[in-house]
Ligand binder design. Structure first.
Ligand code: PLP
Ligand code: SF4
Length: 373
């Protein structure tokens, strides 16, 4: 299915260091990938604002003959990033900056914090909701930043989970990440760690046994990755997830609902069932936020609800993620699962069924009174 072009040896291709060294990042490399002489002015302006970069591996999944290929949409810059803007979109609609007690740390929800460990990614997703940060030269945490976070987390005993995100934390040197995980793990109130990474999707060969073994040393640790289309579930990607799973690290997935990439029942059904087959648990389906530079990807919430409703009717529960909207101004995540409950009171609840019927569900008459409530 996938694999190296004939002039590259399989050994090089499957070596993550070779993949990183041969990442495509310059305007010239984009032009030659697109098989054009020169980039149009608008595309040059896109690159000035939102850099591009991807791995030879991920770019090999692009179908160059397709008009709008779901892989290309995610990694190849488009003019729409600067020419198409909807009212109300914002570089930071979730007001993440307002919830930051110290540099690189977000504390939005009571029992968990999010650490922006680095600004770097191996492949820059055109739909990224933190693309405002790409131009900030070096967001990688210093030792002082980490110590400041450790003090904050220790002073807030209600925090039980530390989520390492970014950027992509798996772009960090192994020793740096190991040390960082160790610092957070050592805090007495921290019970679990979570790592958010797209590396299994864009550079699966980076998930070496050595890396899996390092992560294993920090269990309980959960990995959350980001597959958006079944075509990303290659043998290499499935093997990468398997190395994590075999090291005792559960892998979950969040998908972003993206127009033209996965906003159809067939595409989502194939994605979620294939994830289920490689034992990666679909966790969230994120509604595409109103992030400046990504408006061409947005769908309506109604589209998402209709897709979830259809999936709910005929797909096993372990395949189905929760559909969530991240509310603007830091309002937090809101689940928008289709509801089957039409009405309810003390004695009775009325449901519609997924086949379109209506059913009455009787409550435990008088039971609550008898138990003195
Ligand atoms: C999404 C998010 C989390 C994690 O929330 P879960 O529902 O546990 O996945 C934590 N912090 C911030 C700021 C987030 O946006
Ligand atoms: S890997 Fe994550 S942080 Fe990096 S560009 Fe993609 S969505 Fe953004």
């Amino acid at each position: 299915m996938t694999g190296p072009p004939p002039e590259i040896s399989t050994a090089d291709w499957s070596d993550w260091r070779w993949q990183v060294k041969n990442r495509l990042t310059t305007p010239g490399q984009l032009a030659s990938f697109l098989k054009i002489m020169d980039l149009p002015q608008n595309l040059r302006r896109v690159l000035d604002l939102y850099p591009w970069g991807s791995t030879p591996y991920y770019l090999s999944l692009v179908d160059r003959d397709a008009q709008s290929d779901p892989i290309a949409l995610q990694c190849i810059p488009r003019e729409e990033e600067i020419t198409f803007s909807l009212p109300g979109s914002d570089p930071d609609p979730l007001a993440e900056r307002a919830n930051s007690p110290c540099p690189g740390l977000l504390h939005r929800y009571r029992d968990r914090v999010l650490v922006l460990a680095t600004g770097t990614c191996y492949s820059y997703c055109r739909h990224c909701n933190r693309k405002r940060n790409w131009k900030t030269p070096d967001l990688t945490l210093s030792e002082t930043d980490i110590q400041r976070m450790v003090r904050y987390i220790s002073a807030h005993p209600e925090i039980r989970e530390v989520i390492i995100s970014g950027g992509d934390p798996l772009t960090l040197p192994l020793e740096t990440l190991d040390r960082m995980l160790h610092c957070f793990r050592a805090i007495h109130n921290v019970e679990v760690l979570r790592l958010g990474t797209r590396v299994p999707v864009v550079l699966p060969m980076r998930i070496t046994n050595e890396l899996a073994l390092m992560l294993k040393g920090h269990r309980p640790l959960w990995v959350n990755t980001h597959f958006n289309h079944a075509r990303e579930i290659t043998t290499e990607a499935a093997d990468a997830c398997d190395r994590l799973l075999c090291a005792g690290i559960p892998v979950s997935n969040h998908t972003v609902l993206l127009r033209g990439v996965n906003d159809s029942y067939e595409v989502l059904h194939r994605l979620f069932t294939r994830l289920n087959r490689i034992m990666v648990r679909p966790y969230y389906l994120f509604h595409c936020d109103a992030v400046k530079g990504t408006d061409h990807f947005r769908t309506s919430i109604d589209t998402g609800v209709r897709l979830m409703l259809k999936l709910w009717g005929d797909t096993g529960g372990l395949c189905l993620p929760r559909y969530v909207v991240d509310l603007p101004s830091g309002g937090g995540k809101a689940p928008v699962m289709p509801s089957f409950l039409i009405d309810s009171d003390k004695d009775c609840a009325i449901f519609r069924t997924s086949e379109g019927g209506v059913l009455k569900y009787r409550g435990p008459h008088g039971a609550e009174a008898r138990h003195g409530r």
